[in-house]
Design a protein around this ligand. Sequence first.
Ligand code: FPP
Length: 265
Amino acid sequence: MAKETEPNFDHLSEAELLALLDPEVLPKHIAIIMDGNGRWAELRGLPRIAGHAEGIKSVREIITLCRDLDIGALTIYAFSQENWKRPALEINALMMLLEQYLQSELDELIRKGARFRAIGRVDSIPSSALNWVRKVEKATAHLDKLLLNVALSYGGRSEIVDAVRRLAEDVQDGRVQPEMIDEAFLEGYLSTHGLPDPDLLIRTSGETRISNFLLWQLAYTEMYFTPTLWPDFRRREGLLALLEYQKRERRFGQVSKAVSPQSRP
Ligand code: FPP
């Protein structure tokens, strides 16, 4: 049998890539591990923080892309629990960038109808950044065109530990009977409760790990790994990821090829 050749999109414009997308088969929720900011900067002889600052421009473009395509939820990994091990200078600069982003972007998020929400052990970030997080969460709480979850001081295992701890307290207090606990019930204790699980996970910079991100929620997610560094991951790269997603057959453990990319088991 002749081997199918992979389509080559190199010569296509963004408008042409957009036209190739099937609007019926778009993810409802995209998760992104934004990796490679440091390398992007080092390749240019710049301080690492310059890569993070450039990465914010990619965040803006991908939010706009999600809004343009009516993708309802975007969850981005901005700061992991492991990132606390970085040099204090880089941590401080990242927190400052987050604060500046929130200050400068609030109006734009509102204009886009985007609700901002932080997930993770957010209370451990410095108080001036935390104040802005809470302020932007409050100011956008009524918006529903896009839910932007930003993972801050986040770890997938500790999210599950925190959920189980609160669930155990509810059992101890008699509010929950052990036989009530199933997957859907436990899901209600996670930071993403009420949201569909991500359909697509994107990780940039050539690494092919999950790195403790959304461990529960990624059970059936399609993975897209690209060598592109996060500051170079702009609208065009987002469209390429979506075109690749549309080629995947999502079976959710079943055998039939008839399952559509968006159906759930
Ligand atoms: C990973 O690159 C990236 C991060 C640890 C931070 C991501 C943060 C941003 C894009 C900016 C802040 C975000 C918001 C929402 C305002 P790396 O530093 O690990 O890169 P490397 O692997 O090349 O060293």
